[in-house]
Design a protein around this ligand. Structure first.
Ligand SMILES: [Zn+2]
Length: 141
């Protein structure tokens, strides 16, 4: 799968798409050719010659409407996971797990229908952990 979504954030050394949560090895860029006319070289009855330059625009960082970034949100989820499991997760594992959880919601980061605050990150983890208890105890709910 090739992700070409326009925003994301650096998480644990990888670029993470803020829309489909694909992991990319580097931050996507877009290139735009900028034309600058050189007015001083203008001759009558012809358009001025121009220089062309390629500007590079790195993909912007994903944030929600309150300025929470994707990486800070995942960090909050990961810390909650580590705390709830009393260190049962290493940091990279907790981050990967948090990313998987986010993918499960199938909502782009910053979608106003979900809570992207610190509390929202904890809530997502808390809800998931409830299911672990059922699995662990083998209960048939
Ligand atoms: Zn994407």
């Amino acid at each position: 799968m090739i992700c070409t979504h326009p925003h994301g954030d650096t998480v644990n050394g990888h670029w993470l798409c803020g829309k489909c949560y694909a992991k990319l090895s580097e931050r996507p860029k877009t290139y735009k050719t900028v034309r600058t006319p050189i007015a001083s070289l203008r001759q009558e009855d012809s358009p001025p010659p121009a220089r062309y330059r390629q500007d590079v625009f790195p993909a912007p960082i994903s944030t929600d409407e309150n300025g929470m970034t994707l990486s800070a949100f995942i960090e909050a989820m990961a810390k909650r996971l580590i705390a709830l499991t009393r260190g049962g997760f290493t940091k990279p594992d907790a981050i990967d797990y948090a990313i998987d959880l986010l993918r499960g919601f199938e909502e782009p980061f910053g979608n106003p229908e979900l809570d992207w605050s610190h509390a929202g990150a904890w809530e997502m983890v808390n809800e998931d952990v409830q299911y672990w208890d059922h699995d662990g105890a083998g209960s048939n709910a």
